[in-house]
Ligand binder design. Structure first.
Ligand code: FES
Length: 116
């Protein structure tokens, strides 16, 4: 069933835990936008891989479970993100699918808009 909602929890640096739902094929950025989540500065380039403000950090288990590995373009952009880790991804490049239901990601405190 393609209409099943997939739950994602965003753990913000200030301790807030925000759970929202998206559909298969949505990016994490879509989930944030579609649910009107208030993440200051997040997703500034609207998913065009030019900003790095959509940086999220995953558990290594979840990182390994993602269907797509980061593209070179994504890795280049991640290099510009603050607090980069080995399990960092860009939220606009993480596409939801059913097996990701219950995914939790950390949203770093500071975003770097690489376009500035
Ligand atoms: Fe700008 Fe993801 S929203 S790189």
């Amino acid at each position: 069933n393609n209409d099943k909602l997939i739950k994602v929890t965003f753990n913000k640096a200030n301790g807030d835990k925000i759970t929202a739902e998206g559909k298969k094929g949505d990016s994490l950025l879509d989930v944030i936008i579609n649910n009107n989540l208030d993440f200051d500065g997040y997703g500034a380039c609207e998913g065009t891989l030019t900003c790095s403000t959509c940086h999220v950090i995953l558990d290594s288990k979840d990182y390994d479970a993602l269907p797509d590995k980061p593209s070179d373009e994504e890795l280049d952009m991640l290099d510009l993100a603050y607090n980069l880790t080995d399990t960092s991804r860009l939220g606009c490049q993480i596409i939801l699918e059913e097996k990701l239901d219950g995914l939790e990601v950390q949203v770093p405190a500071t975003v770097n808009d690489a376009r500035d």
